[in-house]
Design a protein. Structure first.
Length: 143
């Protein structure tokens, strides 16, 4: 578990699949991803098997400290231990928690995790130029 001020992060579990699929299929989430096809239980389970289980990615569920509610997910993917790099990704799946500073807090926690615990030297991300909210958040976090 990674503990923050307003949130905490816990490692993803198989039982999170239903929540992840529901979040990823909401238009306000889907429209910020490059991959915009319907997200399915099968595609998520494949991600868990081919990326998470083999260490190519690490994924956390974002929870509010105030009430424990799960509100989204954050991950590092394409983890390259030899070259000490990875790609960052996040989504908040509960729309009422957008623009509350949560994404920035999560990004700061994950940057600390990546450079500290994982001893990476480079963390990159991709963002659509139209996603101004995310760009502001990433800049605040140090990207």
């Amino acid at each position: 578990m990674i503990d923050g001020e307003k949130i905490y992060l816990r490692l993803i579990e198989q039982s999170d699949t239903e929540k992840i699929v529901a979040w990823r299929n909401q238009l306000f989430v889907r429209n910020q991803f490059i991959y915009r096809e319907d997200f399915t239980k099968e595609s998520h389970e494949q991600w868990l098997e081919t990326m998470i289980a083999v260490g190519k990615a690490i994924q956390f569920i974002i929870h509010l400290k105030a009430n424990g509610q799960a509100i989204g997910s954050v991950y590092l993917r394409e983890i390259d231990v030899k070259n000490q790099k990875a790609e960052y990704g996040i989504f908040i799946g509960e729309e009422q928690y957008l623009s509350k500073g949560i994404g920035t807090e999560v990004a700061k926690l994950m940057i600390d995790y990546a450079f500290g615990r994982m001893q990476l030297h480079k963390v990159m991300l991709r963002v659509l130029a139209t996603n101004k909210r995310a760009i502001r958040s990433y800049k605040k976090a140090g990207f």
